[in-house]
Design a protein around this ligand. Structure first.
Ligand code: NI
Length: 260
């Protein structure tokens, strides 16, 4: 038996070129650190295809397919066709990451809105959950999601809203994705939210290769480091890491309908 608490990393980018050369070792370190499974999230059509391939290859990997707001401008009719095909593939457990990014504005906002909306519609038709990317677009993201009350599940990935937005999310039955920034000493608002919300609505994620927790901040992130996020959450809530792990792992299994 692994003495460490078993976790699921609900948001990884194994499909990122940053993992092209050592994914086997990264997965091995994840396994040794007690991270039993990971959801590999797409950000455009080629990366979604890679996510589906990796999920087909490795039993500990599931896939989410979707087009990130940064890449909204690249959506051609052919890309839409490709995405729809991928969304129906085996081991695809969600549509994501999709949403709005008004911080970097890498695609025009009108296109971001259109691509987000169409993907929400697709998720609704397919009855699969969505993984939401929202950066500096809280009000509009929430307003758009409100138009889709019949989605089978919503997680606001790397939650960066305030207490009020968190409450709104919880009221609607959404989940909050908690990442490395929880370990940053200055992130008091997020710490406050993570301490207060019901434990059965939190999903742990690394968003690797981005957003490394302390003490790996600035280095490439990987799922093995998810233990640091679980540890911080346990500390904030006055629980043991095992309690946090068993609750958040149950959340991941329920939300994505996966098996370990
Ligand atoms: Ni991501």
């Amino acid at each position: 038996m692994n003495s460490q608490a078993v976790l699921v990393d609900t948001h990884v980018h194994y499909n990122d070129p940053g993992f092209a050369h050592d994914l086997e070792t990264v997965r091995e370190r994840a396994r040794q650190a007690g991270v039993a499974a990971a959801v590999c999230v797409g950000y455009d059509v080629p990366s979604s295809r890679r996510a589906v391939m990796l999920a087909g290859q490795y039993p500990d990997v599931y896939a989410a397919v979707g087009v990130h707001p940064h890449d909204a401008a690249g959506m051609t009719p052919r890309a839409w066709e490709g995405l729809r095909l991928l969304a129906g593939s085996d081991r695809v457990v969600a549509l994501g990451e999709i949403g709005l990014d008004f911080y970097r504005d890498l695609s025009p906002r009108d296109l971001q809105r259109q691509v987000f909306w169409q993907q929400l519609q697709m998720a609704h038709e397919l009855q699969i959950p969505v993984v939401i990317h929202d950066r500096d677009a809280h009000a509009e993201t929430m307003a758009t999601l409100k138009e889709f009350p019949g989605l089978s599940g919503v997680v606001v990935h790397c939650f960066s809203g305030d207490r009020r937005m968190a409450e709104e999310c919880l009221g609607r039955g959404y989940y909050l994705g908690i990442d490395g920034p929880l370990t940053y000493p200055k992130n008091r608002d997020l710490a406050e939210i993570a301490r207060a919300v019901p434990l059965d609505r939190l999903l742990l994620e690394t968003d690797c290769p981005y957003l490394s927790p302390q003490p790996w901040r600035g280095k490439r992130n990987e799922p093995a480091y998810l233990q640091a996020v679980a540890e911080r959450l346990a500390e904030l809530r006055g629980l043991t890491k095992a309690e946090v792990a068993s609750a958040t792992t149950a959340n991941a299994i329920r939300f994505f309908s996966i098996t370990l």
